[in-house]
Write a protein that binds this ligand. Structure first.
Ligand code: SF4
Length: 320
């Protein structure tokens, strides 16, 4: 069955100016499709550009070049004003809910704010009714509406952040490490909440995480990123069972398990320093850490290609 495309990035680039007229190559030539109703995880080590990619995809920060289409409309070509109706369709859930909730506002006002900004309700009473519904949907009792963020636990604060994110009934939510600041015991509650709400609110998630166990639980598909480029994209179970890119294998091998796939000498190299995004290696950006690197890898950028049911960007994939 043809899946409905919600968001599509083509040749997406995001660079930031750095000292000495240099540039940080945070996101380089990314082609990525997000399908309606799915959870697509973006994974990679910290500093690989996944948060920047998430924010560029929803036009929260402007792309340097390339295009992003949302339901077929090219967001990157819209004026600020023309983009406004699309902004509410795309929301962000942050890693640290405490930092994203205004400490001087009550929970009622925090959740009501997007409703008021977008004039969703006619009266204050109607707004409060919507806030109560949203708080109930995320498991916060309405009696707590008058409290302030510091009066809640980390897990409860993330629930409030989620209520605020779904208030405008968005189609897409970028969840940026939504549970990594929480205790492990609370993490699964929030992940289950996100899953429940996905069905209830018809949501599509772009789920950014460095935690491969969390990703396996949450994601239908996964996109592995290294130093601003995609390495491998495909169905979660397929990639976890049979990773083809050396970097994906390295990430999966870091999950504790009885029978590690990689040999010790491979591991040593793979664990090396991540090169700087200011001066990334030529050719395959992973070549300085890859045990299979050849001269071809050092000179030519491997493009994503279809192989064995997924997309992979490695010259040697299928042979190593
Ligand atoms: Fe390693 Fe070459 Fe594949 Fe890059 S293209 S991951 S350097 S084998």
């Amino acid at each position: 069955m043809e899946r409905e495309v919600l968001l599509q990035a083509t040749h997406l680039v995001k660079e930031f100016p750095a000292k000495g007229h240099k540039r940080v190559h945070a996101v380089s030539d990314i082609d990525l499709t997000v399908y309606a109703g799915e959870t697509l995880a973006l994974v990679g080590e910290s500093g690989c550009g996944k948060s920047t990619l998430g924010r560029t995809l929803i036009n929260l920060i402007p792309a340097t070049s390339g295009t992003v289409k949302f339901e077929g409309v090219e967001l990157t070509a819209l004026s600020r004003r023309a983009f406004e109706p699309y902004r509410r369709q795309m929301q962000l859930i942050f890693q640290d809910p405490y930092a994203s909730l205004d400490p001087r506002m009550t929970v009622r006002d925090i959740v009501a704010e997007p409703l008021e900004t977008h004039r969703i309700c006619q009266t204050r009473e109607e707004t409060t009714r919507r806030v109560v519904e949203l708080l109930e949907a995320v498991g916060i009792q309405k009696e707590f509406m008058g409290r302030y963020p510091h009066q809640f636990s980390g897990g409860q604060r993330q629930r409030i952040g989620v209520a605020r994110a779904v208030a405008l009934r968005p189609k897409l939510i970028v969840c940026d490490e939504p549970v990594s600041a929480l205790d492990v015991s609370v993490q699964s509650q929030i992940l289950n909440l996100l899953k429940d709400l996905q069905g209830e609110f018809n949501l599509t998630y772009l789920f950014i995480s460095h935690d491969l166990s969390v990703v396996r639980f949450m994601a239908d598909r996964v996109a592995v990123m290294f130093l601003g480029r995609l390495c491998e994209v495909g169905d979660t179970e397929l990639i976890y069972k049979r990773p083809l890119h050396p970097y994906t294998r390295f990430l999966l091998d870091a999950i504790p398990k009885a029978d590690p796939r990689l040999k010790d000498e491979e591991k040593q190299l793979l664990q090396g320093e991540i090169p700087s995004p200011i001066d990334p290696p030529a050719g395959c950006r992973f070549h300085t850490r890859c045990p299979y690197a050849t001269n071809w890898c050092r000179s030519e950028v491997p493009q994503l290609r279809e192989l064995d049911g997924r997309q992979v960007a490695c010259h040697m994939a299928g042979e190593i």
